[in-house]
Design a protein around this ligand. Structure first.
Ligand code: NAD
Length: 351
């Protein structure tokens, strides 16, 4: 029996990772540690919350004492660290929260692992989940980010994630801890908080509200289906060599405007509206400050070393995502109304 701490498991990607590990590995004890910020939603995990190999703990990774005690009490065998402040716009408005959670929180976890795993570093793994945004921006050509690309973050979010990556590497180099990092491109899929481009647009189209697009919509992102990311994390967690880094991506670049036009067509079809109806809601708004032009990930190393490849074509994934949001109105209404924040009290405190 292995006991694995997954941080940020109530968030978008974390909930997919928790679900995958709980269901795939009944011999692992999965402990989900999450502060339940606005982005943490335990309703994302309704289907696994009764599983005998799953446990939820509410807590803040910024609280060093709490984290140290947790490691002593629980005796974890491994950490998969996803907890973070993740929204670039929020980081521009309030950078310090990103420094606290993404940098200080990560170092608190590293310290607790370092202290409680002394003498056993070769049997305990610290896996840090990060973003391609640490690499900065690319031109419009064909160049891609590889694991050798120098870090060049531009937003407070990416600067905080870059810093946390450096700390993880420093703990590998300095203390010999078994650390692994992956840097992934933009994810999409179910349980995505509707402040991000795709779920926000789905929700707005559904409600006949305008779809805000930064600048002229020319920024280019690589998109990966979230369940493919969770599968990549599974493969890397189990098979990567100590100290290694892997890029994860979908080989799937879209300008924001082309992506939204495609989404509009899918929504017209699903909602039975004449083609072109949803696209009329597109509204261009002032560009985000310091907006990176293009991200593109070269995930060849992951394919060659560990055999991982994306499983879904984007159009198929987008349709699945739209279907999920249309079929899960209650989830979406609870998130947009703020009601999801009472789920923890109802399920865990008022029992
Ligand atoms: P999210 O915002 O949906 O979820 C983050 C989770 O972390 C939430 O459940 C939140 O409650 C929790 N959290 C925040 N601060 C905390 C704290 N101080 N203590 C404990 N828990 C806290 O984020 P996401 O999109 O699921 O991203 C997860 C990870 O993957 C992040 O590290 C992010 O940088 C990385 N990532 C995200 C993407 C993407 O497209 N979303 C792409 C690549 C990498």
């Amino acid at each position: 029996m292995k006991k694995i701490l997954i941080t940020g498991g109530a968030g978008f990607i974390g909930s997919h990772v928790v679900r995958r590990f709980v269901n795939t590995y009944p011999n692992y004890q999965i402990v989900n540690l999450d502060k339940l910020t606005y982005a943490g939603n335990l309703e994302n995990l309704r289907d696994v919350e009764q599983a005998p190999n799953y446990k939820f703990i509410k807590g803040d990774i910024v609280d060093a004492e709490f984290i140290a005690k947790l490691f002593t009490d629980e005796n974890f065998d491994a950490v998969i660290h996803l907890a973070a402040e993740s929204h670039v716009d929020r980081s521009i408005a309030n950078p310090i929260e990103f420094v606290m959670t993404n940098v200080v929180g990560t170092v608190n976890l590293l310290n607790a692992a370092r202290n409680s795993w002394k003498g056993a570093y070769d049997t305990k793994r610290f896996y840090h989940v990060s973003t391609d945004e640490v690499y900065g921006t690319l031109g419009e050509g064909t160049e891609m980010f590889t694991e050798q690309t120098a870090y060049d973050p531009h937003s407070p979010y990416s600067a905080s994630k870059a810093s946390s990556d450096h700390f993880v590497r420093a703990y590998y180099d300095t203390y010999g801890m078994d650390c692994v990092i992956s840097n992934c491109s933009n994810n999409y899929g179910s349980f995505h908080f509707p402040e991000k481009l795709i779920p926000l647009s789905i929700n707005n189209i559904k409600n006949n509200k305008s779809i805000p697009i930064y600048g002229k919509g020319e920024n280019i992102r690589d998109w990966l289906w979230v369940e493919d990311h969770a599968r990549a994390i599974d493969v890397i967690f189990h098979k990567a060599k100590t100290g290694s880094t892997y890029n994860i991506g979908g080989h799937n670049e879209w300008t924001n405007i082309d992506l939204i036009r495609t989404l509009c067509k899918v929504m017209d079809k699903k909602l039975g509206r004449p083609e072109g109806t949803s696209a009329q809601l597109i509204t261009f708004v002032t560009d985000r400050a310091g907006h990176d032009l293009r991200y593109a990930i070269d995930a060849t190393k992951l394919k060659n070393d560990l055999g991982w490849e994306p499983s879904l074509q984007f159009e198929e994934g987008l349709e699945k995502t739209v279907d999920w949001y249309l079929a899960n109105e209650e989830w979406l209404n609870n998130v947009t109304s703020g009601n999801y924040q009472h789920y923890y009290e109802d399920q865990y405190q008022n029992r």
